[in-house]
Design a protein around this ligand. Structure first.
Ligand code: MN
Length: 272
């Protein structure tokens, strides 16, 4: 059986005059396309109460946190900066519960853009709320001058990391449309890539199951070798349940809640 990849989404208010008060769950199709190409079965996870998170986690083989609005700074103990963008606390609460439950269950996790920021906040880190205002001399991370499907700045990969091994080179070119970034990295994670201005562009968990986060949008770079490597490795980890290489990697699903799948079932037993 092909692994099920749960993908988080945005909640958008309808703008049509005759749809006042209506909301839609929305996900750019690129995420779905990349997961399908890598051999996964994509399932979009709507933003519901955080208490529902374990029920979702019990039914998926991997978690992909997609891009979107800013994270509410209240979630990491900060006050709103004047340049803070739109926030969605409902989505924040759901995704934070989801990623904690997914990690506890030993699932492979992939955070993209806002997804990387949510991961960092969920595990105790903080965010820069506006790069242009808070980082003097920062390069352009909001690429409004070039099509979003093209790389706009370079990143340096950190030697000795899983991401560096995946990419297979010390440098990569990435697309970039974020005005926020990881500030203090959460405990247990390490930086895997930086832009030339020092902005954190990627991070990974130091141990255990596959857990990669990138600040760029690989899902939009369909033909990029780094995109392929990331999605292939992510879905492969979901398929086999094999923990990523690293020190003291725990077995898959050490803390799956009662009623969840056993590690044997997670390996693809035909019971589901
Ligand atoms: Mn960037």
């Amino acid at each position: 059986m092909r692994p099920i990849v749960g993908i988080t989404c945005s909640t958008l208010a309808a703008t049509e005059p005759d749809r006042a008060g209506m909301k839609r769950f929305a996900l750019p199709s690129f995420y779905v396309s990349r997961v399908v190409e890598a051999g996964g079965v994509p399932v979009v996870l709507p933003n519901v109460s955080p208490e529902e998170a374990p029920e979702f986690v019990a039914r998926i083989d991997a978690l992909l946190l997609s891009g979107g609005a800013d994270v509410d700074p209240h979630a990491y103990g900060a006050e709103p900066h004047p340049r803070l963008g739109e926030v969605d606390p409902v989505r924040d609460h759901f995704e934070i519960a989801l990623v904690k439950a997914a990690r506890a269950a030993g699932l492979p996790i992939f955070g993209v853009c806002r997804g990387m920021q949510v991961v960092n906040v969920a595990f105790g880190g903080t965010l820069i709320q506006d790069i242009p205002a808070q980082i003097p001399g920062a390069i352009r991370h909001d690429q409004t001058t070039v099509d979003l499907h093209h790389p706009s700045h370079s990143v340096s990969l950190v030697e000795g990391t899983q991401l560096r091994a995946l990419v297979g080179s010390a440098h990569a070119r990435v697309n970039s449309f974020h005005h926020q970034a990881v500030e203090r990295i959460a405990e247990g994670f390490r930086v895997t890539a930086r832009a030339s201005d020092g902005v954190l562009e990627a991070m990974e968990h130091e141990q255990g199951p596959w857990f990669q986060c990138v600040q760029w949008h690989p899902e939009r770079l369909a033909d990029d070798p780094v995109t392929r490597a990331l999605f292939q490795a992510f879905v492969a980890a979901a398929r086999t349940g094999s923990p990523a290489p690293g020190p003291a990697a725990p077995a898959r699903a050490p803390a799956r809640p009662a009623g969840g799948r056993s590690p044997a079932a997670a390996k693809g037993a035909p019971s589901r």
